[in-house]
Structure formats: structure tokens, C-alpha cells
Design a binder for this molecule. Sequence first.
Ligand code: HEC
Ligand code: HEC
Length: 288
Amino acid sequence: MSLNRVFSFLSLLLFTACSAEEAAQVSEPAPVLYIERGRELAQGLAACGFCHGQTADAQSPLSGGRIQHDAYGEVAAPNITPHSSGIATIKTMELMQIFRAGIAPDERRLSRAVHKGFEWLSDNDLLAIIAFLKFQPPVANEVEKREVGFIERNTAGFLESTFEVTGFVPEIEKSYPVEYGKYLLDHVARCGSCHNTPATLITDEAYLSGGALIKIESGEKIAPNITTSNDAGIGSWSEDDIVHYLQSGETPEGRVSDAKFCPVDFYRNASPEDLVSIAKYLKTVAPN
Ligand code: HEC
Ligand code: HEC
């Protein structure tokens, strides 16, 4: 047993003991495997810490505070550790509602853009992420919440979809790597949130075709085309090249991509099997 596992196991006992009196509210168990899968997703492909981390590193506590950009301007990522200044009082069903419908327990409408794609996380993966969130050490950090008013929602936010995913969302079987890779790319890693070409008044959004301006604290960069286009995209890359890039940020030509922009420091924590599925799927994405 690695030290990490021993720690997980001990903390799980502690977690179970502390929450025994709340057993009536906490319906689902949080077995170690669930928490481990949640950790793998949160610190891997779902890259929660890229926005919610104290710093944008995979291991950084998810205590929030850094500024993100969306259709309404600027918003600080909330503290999502189980502290009273974070998500301690938010129940599992309410957390699911944040992802499925973009609505906070106090009825605030949350930015859709920042979580776009997560609404279709499978029930199992979402519950695993939530189990991990509740299991992290609590960190105190008050972050001011943003109110998006009715007028803003219907002007700047007009293009944001307001649908809600209801019912059970099943898992995609890993034995179908291309479909499973598509699920991971579109709904866990959400690569398109940066790599899609933004829609304009006369053109639709173009899938993974690049061109969006990505802004972070330290600067801005254009996201490249990652379709199989030979000249504009990564058509010449092999599956192994793609997996190697996601684990290291290094392209086949030996260029090292900036991990402050493309979250490869998170992606390298994903299971190699998941990264291979993403690569297999990317090899099927035709240029637009
Ligand atoms: C691209 C940046 C980004 C990523 C990645 C991201 N979030 Fe968020 N999240 C935000 C922002 C910004 C808000 C606040 C939105 C608002 O107030 O409109 C938010 C809100 C939340 C909330 C609501 C908290 C509250 O108290 O209102 C939760 C819970 C949450 N995120 C969890 C997660 C988890 C878990 C992940 C990873 C699976 C994740 N987020 C990934 C930016 C992000
Ligand atoms: C937060 C925005 C963002 C997300 C999310 C993101 N990327 Fe990137 N990606 C970028 C930017 C910006 C660059 C260019 C970085 C540079 O040039 O230093 C890039 C570079 C790349 C490259 C190198 C392409 C080339 O021709 O050099 C590949 C491949 C890539 N990303 C694949 C992915 C995949 C696959 C995902 C999802 C698993 C993903 N990216 C998620 C922003 C993002």
C-alpha cells in the first residue's frame, strides 16, 4: 500500500466518522475507489484546479479566488473545498444541480460558459468528483460571489444556453475507445471550450478548429486547430504523438506548449487508457 493510499484510507475512516450524524442527508457512500476516480478526474482531465486552484497547479488546494473571464466579464472562481466559506453546506443533489443546470442552491444563475460540457458528465463520474470534493481538506477563503442580473443574462448572456440535463446519465463503455474518447474530450476535458472557433454573427462555432483568443492572468494566446487537417491542424500527428503531448506539452517537432494555457500539467494525471481514448477519437475529427 502506498503512503497516499494509507492516507486515503485513514481519512476515509475519519470522513465516515464525522459524517455519521448526517447520514440521513448524505445518501450515497463514498468508497475509496469513488474518491480516487474523482481525484483522477478533478486533478486530471476535468482540471478543476485550472480555475479553482489557489494556483493553476494540479495539486493546489481548490480554495478559489483567481479571476476567470466569461460573457459577463470577470468572475472569481469560488472556493470549492468543504469549508464553511466553500461548499461545506452544499448537499450532493445541489452540487449535481450546479453541473446539470447551472443553478446554485441560493437560486443564483451561474456562468454557463465556464462549465460548458460538464452538464453531460455521467452520473458515476459526477458523483465521483463530488465525493472527492467533499473529501478534500477544508481551506478557509471567502470569495465574493457574483450576481448576474436579468438584464445581463438577456444581453451579454443571450447566447448562453439555459437548458438543464435531467434524469440518469449513463457511462460510455471504455471498450468503445472512440466514443469514450469523445465523451472525455467533450464532457470531461472540454477541449472545445478553448479549441473551438467561436461563432460570429454569420458563422457557426467550428468544432476544434482553433482561433479563439484565450485570456489568463499572465497574458493571452490563440488556441490552435486540433482537427485532422494536415496543414491547419494536427493531421500528421500519430496517436502516440497526441498522448505524448497530453502528458508533456511537447509537440512532435519538439516545441513545448505553454501549460499555463493548455492544461497539460493536469492531463498528465489522467490514466494512460483515458489519454489513448482521446487520441483515438481526435484521429477521427475531420477538418471543418
Ligand atoms: C474554466 C474555469 C473553471 C473550471 C475548469 C471549473 N470551474 Fe467551477 N466555476 C468556475 C467559475 C468562474 C464559477 C463561478 C461562476 C459564477 O459565479 O457565475 C464556478 C462555480 C463552481 C461551483 C459553484 C460554487 C458556489 O459556491 O457557487 C462549483 C461547485 C464548481 N464550480 C465546481 C467545479 C468543479 C468540481 C470543477 C471540475 C470538475 C470545476 N468547477 C471546473 C470556473 C471553473
Ligand atoms: C484553457 C484552454 C485550453 C484547453 C481547455 C485545452 N487547450 Fe490545447 N491549447 C490551448 C492553447 C492556448 C494552445 C497553444 C499553446 C502554445 O502555443 O503555447 C494549445 C495547444 C494544444 C496543442 C498543440 C497544437 C499545436 O499544433 O501545437 C494540442 C495538440 C492541444 N492543445 C490539444 C488539446 C486537447 C486534446 C485538449 C483537451 C484534452 C486541450 N488541448 C485543452 C488551450 C487549451
